[in-house]
Design a protein around this ligand. Structure first.
Ligand SMILES: *Cc1c(COP(=O)(O)O)cnc(C)c1O
Length: 421
């Protein structure tokens, strides 16, 4: 459930008509609902109630300071994957002891930054990384708390570009080698081994792959404990999928996911961490765009919008489906017609949908892409020198621009011309 509903024929974000925001901010823009963000965070938090746990929001999904502050205020930790994200989390007021650091390519500078600033744990992904982190921690006279990310070789049954738990993926160490790698880690004085980490992919629409992976983690916990490691924290990653269409998709609910965790891992007495990103932010955000032209082509009509692939790359990158709805509700009974929905960028890949059935639309009409809150604004670029789309946060009857649209001068003046020119 989200808080983007029609009232009096106009799509609202909570209590604000989106047409009002369009008028104030211009199009395109991203709009997030505080109530939806909060609701989704609480669903996870409550799903793990009774177990010692921390929900670490995977901020790569949507990392605006206002979104981070909203979630941090509810008690969320953060999963970061770069020094920039670490800095963002800290700037939003998240204490170091609530930040976990994931990613296969952490640099010495990033490690130093997190060790000095405070960190809950590093999720280490390889032996070379382990050696470097050990050295960096010793230089600083510190010990780095770590889990080691294991690759359970489980098929997440999701899009190939976001599957991370198969042996051919770059992530984690093969679970078969875990004992050996944990023994190496335990021998390094700059590291403190505290647990196990696993993350098998994103947009999972079934629980079965989670079960397979978590069963392997449960078994590994026992094995490593028998080897003398104090395994007391399990980071189970993110990945729970969301419905991108209103019709037939029904991914598992956080409560069902929480019940699975309790069933498979509850008896181990470990502190549980999860790192959901998409499920918290995805349906808490939409992208609003305006129709520039309706162009008749060979046997098809193109709906040319002022939003493009640089603003929302998911259709081009993952063949993703986003529901598109008019901001002004269509008259009941009006016949829908097929449109190829495209942006103005000079690439054929700049296509959001083909043959999408929509009520008749005309120049100037407003539409919204649903479920655009995760991996939307964060993946946008200024390709074609198109300004980054502004972000707006709604809270009840209030809305605020949480990232403004840059002017052309601001964009141009980021370049510098060498003195010889
Ligand atoms: C991307 C990622 C997540 C979040 O995945 P979602 O599908 O957005 O929940 C969590 N943990 C790690 C390590 C990731 O790379």
């Amino acid at each position: 459930m989200d808080h983007f509903l029609y009232h009096n024929g106009v799509l609202h974000a909570e209590d604000v008509p989106l047409s009002e925001i369009a008028e104030a901010v211009g199009t395109p823009f991203y709009c997030y609902s505080t109530a939806t963000l909060s609701r989704h965070f609480r669903l996870f938090d409550e799903a793990l109630a009774g177990m010692d746990h921390l929900v670490c929001y995977a901020m790569k999904a949507a990392s605006n300071q206002a979104i981070l502050k909203t979630l941090a205020g509810l008690g969320a930790g953060m999963d970061v994957v770069s020094g920039g994200e670490y800095a963002r989390a800290r700037a939003a007021g998240v204490p170091g002891e609530r930040i976990v650091f994931s990613g296969v390519g952490k640099t010495r500078d990033e490690m130093r930054m997190a060790l000095i600033g405070g960190i809950r744990q590093f999720n280490v992904e390889s032996e070379p990384e382990m050696a470097v982190l050990n050295a960096v921690a010793l230089e600083l006279g510190l010990r780095a708390p770590i889990t080691i990310r294991v690759n359970p070789d489980v098929d997440a049954k999701t899009h190939a570009k976001i599957a991370t738990g198969k042996s051919e993926n770059k992530f984690g160490i093969p679970i078969a080698r875990a004992r050996e790698v944990y023994a190496q880690a335990a021998a390094l004085p700059g590291l403190e081994v505290i647990g196990i980490d696993v993350h098998i992919g994103s947009q999972l629409t079934e629980l079965a792959p989670f079960r397979l992976a978590y069963e392997k983690v449960a078994e590994l916990t026992q094995v490593l404990r028998a080897d003398g490691h104090d395994i007391r924290r399990l980071d189970l990653g993110g990945g729970l999928g969301i419905p991108y269409t209103r019709s037939n998709e029904a991914p598992p609910l956080p409560t069902e996911y929480g019940a699975l965790i309790r069933e498979v891992l509850g008896h181990l007495g470990c502190e549980i961490e999860i790192e959901p990103g998409r499920l918290i932010a995805g349906n808490a955000g939409i992208l609003v765009a305006r129709v520039i032209y309706v162009k008749s082509g060979e046997g098809r009509d193109f709906l040319i919008l002022d939003a493009a692939m640089n603003d929302l790359i998911r259709p081009a990158m993952y063949d993703a489906h986003h529901d598109i709805v008019p901001l002004h509700e269509a008259t009941p009974g009006v016949e829908q017609r097929p449109y190829d929905v495209v942006g103005p960028v000079c690439e054929s890949g700049d296509t959001f949908a083909k043959g999408r059935m929509l009520p008749p639309l005309a120049e100037g009409d407003l539409v919204a892409f649903r479920s655009a809150g995760a991996y939307g604004a964060v993946m946008s670029s200024e390709y074609n020198t198109r300004p980054l789309v502004p972000e707006v946060l709604v809270h009840g009857r209030d809305f605020a621009v949480i990232r403004g649209r840059p002017t052309f001068d601001e964009m141009i003046n980021r370049d510098t011309i060498p003195e010889w020119l």
